[in-house]
Ligand binder design. Structure first.
Ligand code: PRP
Ligand code: ZN
Length: 303
């Protein structure tokens, strides 16, 4: 393969260096067809078959990198985007970067947790308490919306150990599986913000070739996301059962109906379902008269 062109015409996309989003982010891009090789320093992934390079950075830096047009695009948690938006607003600035897509990974929540044995009678229990967080602006807004006065202890990391060190009475941190909280004998008590990954883009206008690649990437991302949920379903049924069966097929538009040789009153039904097909649905289809049910994963989809 010829050496990739590393000039200015290439898109720069920031992804989290190491963390909850890293693998899902690179996986999404690979599913979009990107082949990349990581340089020696591991900080850059050079796209081999697209004019797109990945920059591996701290997730908290991604909004700034995109806002300042150092990167054209970024894959980051809504939690980080929201914190940046509130921080800029507090300084009298507007966010200039934009969110292009919500993505189906990186689901987590920014939540308040207290030590296992601490009492909790609702948000009012936070009054006058010290809450450690790396999300001071989001937490401040939450407290304000709930009419609570509390001390926000802003840390740059390792928030979960603050109560044990006597630096805080509670924490406001991201919870995904909840294992970090359990390991630190903390108990989640309330949600501050629901989050998932998003794709953000620079506020600066892009050159036409770059713009075109952003559009192509978006189309592929939409395809990948649709496919993840979609299933191809095939079944046999008596014609008379078709109305009931069509109602049961989740998220399918117009199924293909094929006559069955030698059985004038029976048909085969093929349909793309844009939602997962669960066992319960199959059981209902069977009860409605369907047989020979087959559910297949969809590999690629382009509307
Ligand atoms: C978050 C958070 C916790 C962990 C929670 O870190 O700070 O450490 O994830 O996950 P769990 O509920 O599955 O245990 P993140 O990946 O955002 O990294 P960062 O805080 O270093 O940016
Ligand atoms: Zn982070």
């Amino acid at each position: 393969m010829s050496a990739p062109d590393r000039g200015a015409g290439r898109l720069k996309l920031a992804v989290q260096k190491s963390g909850r989003l890293t693998e899902h982010s690179t996986d999404l891009l690979v599913r979009c067809g990107l082949k990349f090789s990581r340089g020696k320093d591991q900080l850059v992934g050079y796209g081999e078959n697209m004019p797109l390079d990945l920059l591996f950075v701290r997730d908290d830096d991604i909004p700034d990198l995109v806002e300042e047009d150092v990167c054209d695009l970024g894959l980051v948690g809504l939690n980080v985007v929201e914190e940046k938006r509130l921080e800029l607003a507090a300084r009298g600035h507007e966010v200039r970067f934009s969110v292009l897509r919500s993505l189906d990974f990186g689901r987590c929540r920014l939540a308040i947790a207290v030590p296992d044995d601490a009492p909790w009678q609702g948000v009012a229990s936070l009054a006058g308490k010290r809450i450690a967080t790396t999300y001071p602006y989001t937490l401040a807004r939450y407290l304000e919306q709930n009419g609570i006065r509390a001390d926000i202890v802003t840390l740059s990391g390792a928030v979960e150990i603050a109560p044990r060190l006597g630096r805080a009475d509670a924490v406001c941190d991201l919870v995904s599986t909840g294992s970090t909280l359990v390991a630190n004998r903390l108990r989640e008590v309330t949600t501050v913000l629901e989050s998932h990954a998003v794709l953000v883009r620079t506020p600066v206008a892009l050159a036409p070739e770059k713009s075109e690649w952003v559009e192509r990437l978006l189309m592929r991302i939409d395809g990948v996301q649709q496919v993840r949920e979609s299933k191809y379903i095939m079944l046999h049924a008596p014609r008379s059962a078709l109305p009931a069966i069509r109602k049961l097929l989740p998220g399918s538009e117009s199924p293909t109906i094929i006559p069955l040789e030698g059985h004038p009153d029976r048909v085969a039904v093929h349909a793309v379902c844009r939602e997962n097909v669960f066992w319960e649905t199959l059981e209902k289809l069977k009860a409605a008269g369907a047989s020979a049910l087959l559910v297949l994963p969809v590999e690629k989809m382009l509307a």
